[in-house]
Design a protein around this ligand. Structure first.
Ligand code: ATP
Length: 887
């Protein structure tokens, strides 16, 4: 592009920051891909009146010249030294007399071709208010703009290849899904019901032919070649308005709501920007599409009335989306796989007027609107500027600027056109009047900038999927042939299954046939011939089949009979089998029961065994314990016996020691007593009866109170007598008994003896018998009078003792009876006679010494006897040594 002068480029002074990874990646992708510049066209509208002055001159089909305003206003001729006219070159410049058709053909038809080939395109008009943007994009009844023409050519191209309505359904995330034929049919019926019930999408019944719309639709462009005939197509339209940097869906069914809700812009899975929740209307004809557009326009006007806005203050975006997907093998239905769907979009954008707010002298709401418009267009300009700079630095691999797409809705929405793939075209609309010179200058600068921006070329879509090309045409030919045959009266033709192989076999260059050509007619005739043959063959085959099937049926009937018989047998066998099974089940049940009881018994047995084991174990433990205890006991026993032995030994020694001591003591005492006795004897010899040597007897009451004590008395007497020749007195129980000192026994009076002998005396059988003169014998001393009365003066106690050898010893204890002061009597023993009788058979070695003998011998027996008497009789003893013993 040549231009004079060129807009100076800004030179960066400071090094730019490194771009983020994603930006750099994107840049690398963009740099690597094939790119096309943004196609910028210029359209000059006619002057309103011939009197109007112009600052613009169209030099040729691509160049226009802008003349300085003052030069034209004042002099009409360039002054020397004045600023020269500025030239701007475009892809094409449409002069004021250019028709809508020319504009469409040059600008929009390539974009529709892109659309059909599955590529995205963006076309926007840019210029000041009244410059003809809307006229170019939409047009009017007489001069239809780009949009209706795009729709017209599109529908003409895909007319025979459209999918049935609702086969493709928007997924609300900028994508589509394929519905089955049944689901699509259901949706169609529901829509029809809605229409009949009370109106269509916009609340009114659809008119079949709106004359205004019909006139817009009736155009004459020929269809675009190169359509993939094996695909099916559907067209969806959306209509959006961006006002005050808010996005509104003009096709939204808002019901009673008067105002529209603003929408947000989102990015889909393929990084394409889309308006979230926007209404996508499927249209099948141009009229339908234009009707939807008109409805959107109405809504737009309604909204503007509510908001008190002007239509030129908003950006309008009309999107035509073409959805295509390949047909199946038979070329009849769309393949039920959303991955095979290709969606292409043509966005037709009518931007708001680009004039600056200073020029319009707006205030209040209008000023804010203008500010927003300026901001969005400024953002667009900045984005394109940065994009251009980044692209220019792409080869130099310098740092890239972050492009502020998100700063305005319009740039945010078309981000993927500049960052991604597609084709971008712009029509700069110019009002050539001289008043718009300055604004036109700005527009030109923007145009100049825009056409330096490169956009990555869209990659061609992958077609085929390995399916035979021309299958839809083959399907069509096959159906034409079958229809023709049906019309000729061959009804079987209807029943024929589609056989594309037959069509393909008609000629090697089949898919390239044109449908309305004579060649096709010939091929259809050939096809009909083949089909006729096929039908004939089918008839024959059918007849043969009938015969065979009859035969087969008969065989089958026989078999059926056999089968029936077998079934009966099987049924009876089954009954038997069932019975057997039941029996077997019963037996099994029994076995199970027995097994379970065996298990129980086993369990019990094992339990018992365990118990036995436990008890055995316990028994062993106890035995062990017992053994231990016995051992311990034995040990203790030994210990105690040894201890006992030691103790007894010790005690024995002690006793012996004590005994020795006692013996010594007794000997000492005996010696003392002997001494005493000797003294007493001496005294007795000197004086016959010493007053002190008296034996006091117990009172008669004491003596006779207890007859049972006779033995004891006897013993006591015996013991006392055993101390030979001693005067012994018994110690009274209650104090000393005093003898009557005035008692004088007359020697002249005769002696009267009281002999006290045993009741059963041992017969002596000897000649020598003791003799007592004037005696009285008693065996029992029952009355004290016997002792005190009758003049008894002497008392003799006879004691006999026989030993084991048969020796008998008879002792006679003699004493004087002395009356006491209390009326009782006391016996003072003064003589003991001891008579011993030897047994003729006795053994001299075994002779036991009698008490008397022992006494005579003065051995230990005497001492023991004295001690015994003392202990038993509780008597005080005082004796003397005079002892008279008779053999
Ligand atoms: N090329 C043209 N040929 C004939 N008439 C034109 C042409 N361009 C514009 N006009 C007329 O100019 C008037 C204003 O045009 P239009 O509404 O398209 O301007 P605009 O740029 O869209 O304004 P706004 O920004 O307000 O929408 C219309 O009445 C239209 O018929």
């Amino acid at each position: 592009m040549k231009q004079i002068p060129r807009t100076p480029m800004r030179i960066p002074k400071t090094p730019r920051a490194q771009p983020p990874a994603s930006v750099a990646e994107n840049r690398r992708d963009v740099c690597e891909k094939a790119q096309d510049p943004v196609n910028v066209f210029c359209r000059v509208r006619p002057l309103q009146s011939d009197a109007d002055l112009t600052s613009l001159r169209v030099k040729n089909a691509t160049t226009i010249c802008l003349n300085p305003q003052d030069q034209l206003m004042q002099h009409h001729k360039p002054l020397p030294g004045a600023q020269r006219e500025i030239q701007y070159i475009f892809k094409h410049v449409f002069q004021s007399d250019a028709t809508q058709r020319e504009v469409f053909a040059a600008v929009a038809q390539p974009l529709v071709e892109n659309l059909i080939r599955g590529r995205n395109s963006l076309l926007f008009t840019y210029g000041v208010t009244g410059s003809g943007k809307t006229f170019t994009m939409t047009g009017n009844l007489r001069h239809r703009g780009i949009m209706p023409r795009c729709l017209d050519v599109l529908f003409r191209t895909i007319s025979d290849y459209q999918a049935k309505k609702f086969v493709f359904k928007p997924d609300k995330l900028n994508g589509f899904e394929v519905l089955s034929e049944e689901d699509a049919l259901l949706e169609r019926q529901q829509e029809m019901n809605r229409r009949f019930a009370g109106g269509g999408r916009f609340g009114r019944k659809r008119k079949d032919s709106d004359p205004e719309i019909a006139s817009q639709a009736s155009v004459d462009p020929s269809p675009i070649a190169g359509l993939d005939e094996d695909n099916m197509y559907s067209v969806f339209v959306t209509y959006i308005e961006i006002y005050n940097n808010s996005v509104y869906d003009l096709l939204e069914v808002s019901g009673i709501q008067k105002t529209l809700q603003s929408k947000i812009i989102r990015e889909d899975a393929k990084r394409h920007m889309f308006v979230h929740g926007v209404t996508e209307v499927e249209v099948k004809t141009v009229e339908e599409a234009l009707e939807v557009f008109q409805m959107g326009q109405k809504r737009k006007r309604m909204g503007h009335t509510v908001l008190n806005a002007e239509s030129s203050r908003s950006h309008s975006v009309f999107n035509i989306r073409l959805v295509q997907a390949p047909t199946d093998n038979q070329g009849e239905n769309v393949i039920q796989d959303r991955q095979t769907i290709t969606v292409s979009q043509l966005s037709l954008v009518d931007l708001a007027g680009s004039e600056r707010s200073s020029r319009t002298k707006n205030t209040g709401v209008r000023l804010r609107e203008a500010g927003n418009i300026n901001n969005s267009l400024m953002t667009l300009r900045t984005c394109l500027e940065y994009l251009r700079e980044n692209q220019q630095m792409c080869n130099a691999m310098g740092a890239a600027k972050k492009i502020p797409y998100r700063d305005s809705k319009i740039t945010h929405m078309f981000k993927n056109y500049f960052d991604g793939e597609g084709q971008v075209s712009m029509i700069v609309c110019i009002n050539p009047r001289i008043e718009d010179y300055d604004e036109n200058m700005q527009v030109m600068k923007f145009a100049e900038l825009t056409q330096e921006v490169q956009v990555a070329r869209a990659t061609p879509i992958i077609t085929g999927l390995g399916l035979a090309p021309g299958r839809r045409r083959a399907n069509k030919l096959f159906k034409i042939a079958t229809n023709n045959l049906t019309e000729l009266g061959i009804s079987e033709a209807k029943e024929l299954q589609v056989d594309l192989g037959l069509v393909y076999s008609l000629g090697p260059d089949f898919p390239s046939y044109q449908m309305n050509s004579p060649e096709t007619e010939i091929k259809i005739q050939e096809l009909m011939f083949y089909l006729e043959q096929r039908i004939e063959k089918r008839r024959q085959l059918r007849d043969s089949l009938k015969v065979k099937s009859d035969n087969f049926r008969q065989i089958l009937m026989r078999m059926e009979q056999d089968n029936l018989q077998l079934r009966t047998e099987v049924a009876s066998s089954k009954v038997v089998y069932k019975q057997e099974r039941e029996r077997s089940a019963a037996l099994e049940n029994k076995v199970r029961i027995h097994e379970s009881s065996i298990d129980v018994l086993n369990n019990t047995l094992s339990k018992r065994e365990r118990q036995i084991e436990e008890l055995t174990y316990k028994l062993n433990e106890k035995e062990n314990l017992l053994t231990q205890k016995e051992q311990e006991k034995e040990k203790q026993k030994k210990k105690f016996s040894s201890k006992l032995a030691v103790e007894s030994d010790k005690k024995k020694r002690e006793f012996e020691q004590k005994l020795r001591e006692q013996r010594v003591k007794l000997q000492e005492r005996m010696r003392i007593k002997d001494e005493k006795l000797r003294l007493v004897s001496n005294i007795l010899q000197a004086d016959d009866v010493p007053p002190s040597s008296l034996i006091r007897s117990q009172s008669s009451e004491d003596l006779l109170s207890d007859k049972n004590r006779e033995g004891a008395f006897t013993a006591r007497t015996e013991t006392c007598v055993a101390s030979t020749r001693m005067d012994i007195y018994a110690t009274p129980r209650h104090g000393a008994i005093a003898a009557n000192p005035r008692h004088r026994r007359s020697r002249s009076a005769g002696e009267k003896w009281l002999e006290h002998r045993s009741a059963k005396p041992i017969p002596l059988g000897t000649i020598m018998q003791p003799y007592l003169k004037n005696r009285k014998s008693v065996t029992k001393l029952t009355d004290l009078k016997e002792l005190t009365g009758n003049g008894t003066t002497k008392y003799c106690l006879v004691s006999q003792e026989a030993d084991t050898d048969g020796d008998v010893e008879t002792k006679l204890y003699k004493g004087n009876v002395i009356p006491t002061c209390g009326g009782g009597a006391q016996v003072v023993f003064n003589d003991v006679e001891c008579l011993k009788q030897k047994s003729p058979i006795h053994s001299p070695t075994r002779k036991r010494m009698s008490t008397g003998t022992l006494s005579a011998l003065g051995g230990p027996s005497t001492v023991a006897s004295v001690q015994d008497v003392a202990m038993r009789c509780n008597l005080g003893i005082e004796g003397h040594s005079s002892k008279k013993s008779k053999p």
